[in-house]
Every structure is written in C-alpha cells, then in structure tokens.
Design a protein around this ligand. Structure first.
Ligand code: NAD
Length: 386
C-alpha cells in the first residue's frame, strides 16, 4: 500500500470532508494507495482543535500556507480556500512540487485560471486535479457508461444543473460566497458551474456558443453585525449552449441551470440526456433512481426505472443493497484522485477527477456567459474542448 502524505490548506467545510474521507479509507477495497494527512493550515485557530483530535497523523498546524508548502514531508496538498486565494496558493503549491487537488472553480476568474494552468504546464511532474464529486454517484456512473458506449445514438439534447435554495431567505446573513471580492464576478457560475460541466467536459463535447441570462434576485443581506450590505453576486444562471458531439459531428443544445435561489431545492444536481436510441436521466433528489428510455424505431417509448445500489467505481465494504450519499461521493472522488496519481489514468473514463484543461473549458464558458449577459447576445466559444 503506497501512502501519500497530504497537507490541507483551508480547513473549513470541505477541508473537514477530506479529513473524514481519509479517516475512513479502510472503507475502500482493492485500493493500493492511501492518503495520510500530516499538516493543516488555516488562519482560523478555532478550527485546529478538531483536526488535532481527529487526525492522529497530524504533525504540523500553521496559519501560513508557505510554511506548509516548505514542509518536505508533504507530498500533496488539498486546497479548499475562498476563490480569491486560488491563484496564489495553487500556483505556489505546484511550483513547490506538491501534487494538487484544488477546489472549484480553480481560480476566481479566467485570468487566475490561465495562471494556474501555466503553472501546471511548467511542472508536468506534478499531478493536478480539480474537485467535483457528483459523477461518482453509482447511478451517474451507469449513465456515464451509456454515454461512453455511444448508447444515446444521435444526441437530441442534454440538460444539466445544480440547484440550491437557502438564499431564498433574504435574512440569511452574507458570507464570502456572496461577496464579489472573494467569490468573483462569476457568482453562482463559479460556485456551482463546474459540478454541472464535469460530465459534458469529460464526454468530450465541444462548446460552440452560449447565451446566458443571469439574475441578481436578493440585492442586500444582513452583514451579521446588525446592519445590511449590498449582495452583488449573481444568484441564478440559465445558459443555453450550442454543442457538437465529435462522435457524430452533429450539433445539439445543452441547457445549464445553476441556481442559488431555486425554491425547494436543497442541493440538487441533475443530468438528462435525450438521444435517438437511448435517453437517460438522474437527479440527486432521488439518488438511487436511474431512468432510461431505450428505443428501437417503431417500438414503444417507455421510461424504465432502475433502483441502483451501492455500486461505485471504486469498490467498498458496503453491501450493494445499501444507500449511497454525499460523503460517499467525496470518498470516491478521493479514491479517483489517488488512483490516477499512482497509476497514471482513471480505471474508466468517467471515474476520474476534473483535469486542469476541463476546468479551463468551464472558465471559457463562464466568461462567455458574463459577456452574453452584459451584451444580451450569443457569444461564440470557438469549439472549446478539453
Ligand atoms: N466540491 C464541493 O462540493 C464544494 C462544496 C463547497 C465548497 N467548495 C469549494 O471549496 C472551497 C472552500 O469552500 P468551503 O465551503 O470549504 O469554505 P469555508 O469558508 O468553509 O472554508 C475556507 C477556509 O479557508 C480558511 N482561510 C481563509 N483564508 C485563508 C488563508 N489565507 N490561509 C489559510 N486558510 C485560510 C478559512 O478560515 C476557512 O476555514 C471553495 O473553492 C468552494 O467553492 C466545494
């Protein structure tokens, strides 16, 4: 069993998810590589006692990411920081020769993303990936298997999205994810967009152009100190993209809905592909359920419902009849990162983490979407494909 010693930079919501996944690595079967967290960096000292109590392998805690990157024991880093820090810290980590799992959106804007990609190109010996866990749900793995096998036939349309609803409450206090200086001009695009674009990018479909309609619905929020401050980030985004499927050369529409204010939707990721031979759809609201519609000309058109089980890409001790959830998808994503780091490629096309080139495509789409909103027009993407 190979051990990869990790440093964690940003120990908040997502940092703790990684620490928890690493702590239950024994859950995975047939895995010949494992993470060991030896260092944690966060500027909030209140977070560190949890790590000291929960991570017995921890040897360094610091509030300075440079001190963590200077630690020769650290081979790889997970960076889960606010978006304005991605460029500086991702570039420094890569330059220090640390393998990097960086959180989305992989840069606060396209210029930051370009700089991160240039840093990665200068160090081809460093393994770099971007976090996105939803395709690791077993039902999505099956759906992606249909795409890989060409089962849809000619693609009629694809609809994907990621929907949240807690921002419907105008009295929810503002946090960094709603502030342009920390979250960026992208707003909801940067926060939720990579999740919805992971599968379209991995499928190899080309983006030709995009028309976006962005909404700023709640324009001010409590500041948490008794006052109210402007909330200037985009809440919701509706994108209609013209795509090309390289398998057929034919165009098809991809609609993307990325919403922080989608009444009733707590954390819904969905994906639907309609094809001339097979259609399929899945939503995290009912994560077991995979719906498919196989079609032969002249035959019936009937949606089938299949209850998928705990059948992830990376085998685990859990029996196949049990339920799979968010923390399981995080564990699978980390298994994918370490598998590819150790073996050079994912076990199957859709069982891999987002590559820097795929993240770069998402930035082209988001940047074009901002221009589309600003100028009220369709913006060409000149065949952006990883
Ligand atoms: N993959 C997912 O499902 C998912 C979900 C939520 C957030 N994210 C992404 O993860 C990243 C972090 O989000 P989060 O929700 O964990 O945020 P968070 O606010 O919970 O955590 C960020 C942490 O960074 C720390 N920090 C801030 N500045 C620092 C600095 N200079 N040095 C060291 N530490 C510093 C903060 O103290 C905080 O603990 C973002 O890129 C976000 O988009 C991904």
């Amino acid at each position: 069993m190979r051990t990869v010693r990790f440093g964690l930079i940003g120990g908040g919501l997502m940092g703790r998810e990684f620490a928890s996944a690493a702590a239950r690595w024994a859950h995975l079967l047939e895995c010949d590589v494992r993470p060991e967290i030896v260092a944690v960096c966060d500027t909030n000292p209140a977070l560190l006692p949890w790590y000291r109590a929960s991570v017995p392998t921890l040897r360094q805690t610091t509030d300075d990411y440079r001190a963590l990157l200077a630690n020769p024991d650290v081979e790889a880093v997970y960076v889960a920081l606010p978006h304005h820090l991605h460029r500086e810290v991702y570039c420094a980590a890569i330059a220090a020769g640390k393998h990097l799992m960086g959180e989305k959106p992989f840069g606060i804007d396209r210029a930051a993303n370009d700089a991160i990609l240039a840093a990665a190109r200068r160090r081809p010996d460093v393994f770099v990936r971007c976090s996105s866990e939803f395709p690791f749900y077993p039902a999505m793995q099956r759906l992606c298997g249909l795409i890989e096998a060409g089962a849809p036939g000619r693609i009629i349309e694809v609809n994907a999205g990621f929907l949240h609803s807690s921002d419907l409450d105008p009295d929810k206090p503002i946090n960094w994810k709603r502030m342009i200086e920390f979250n960026g001009e992208y707003g909801v695009l940067g926060d939720l967009g990579m999740h919805a674009l992971h599968v379209p990018c991995r499928a190899g479909w080309s983006f030709r152009n995009v028309r976006a309609v962005l909404s700023d619905i709640v324009k001010e929020r409590p500041d948490g100190k008794g006052g109210r401050v402007p909330c200037r980030t985009w809440d919701n985004a509706a994108l209609l993209c013209e795509m090309t499927d390289p398998a057929s050369g034919e165009p098809f529409p991809l609609s993307l809905r990325l919403e922080r204010i989608s009444p009733g939707q707590r954390n819904t990721w969905y994906f639907e592909i309609l094809g001339t031979r097979t259609s399929a759809r899945w939503s995290s609201t009912n994560p077991r359920l995979l719906e498919t519609l196989p079609y032969t000309p002249g035959g019936e058109q009937a949606w089938q419902q299949l209850q998928t089980g705990y059948e992830p890409a990376f085998k685990t001790i859990t029996g196949p009849i049990f339920e799979f959830g968010f923390t399981d998808s995080i564990l699978q994503m980390w298994a994918a990162f370490l598998h590819e780091l150790a073996h050079g490629r994912p076990p199957r096309r859709f069982a891999g983490c987002v590559t820097p080139d795929e993240a770069a495509v998402s930035h082209r789409v988001f940047t074009a979407a901002l221009a589309s909103q600003r100028e009220a027009r369709t913006v060409s993407l000149e065949e952006a494909r990883p």
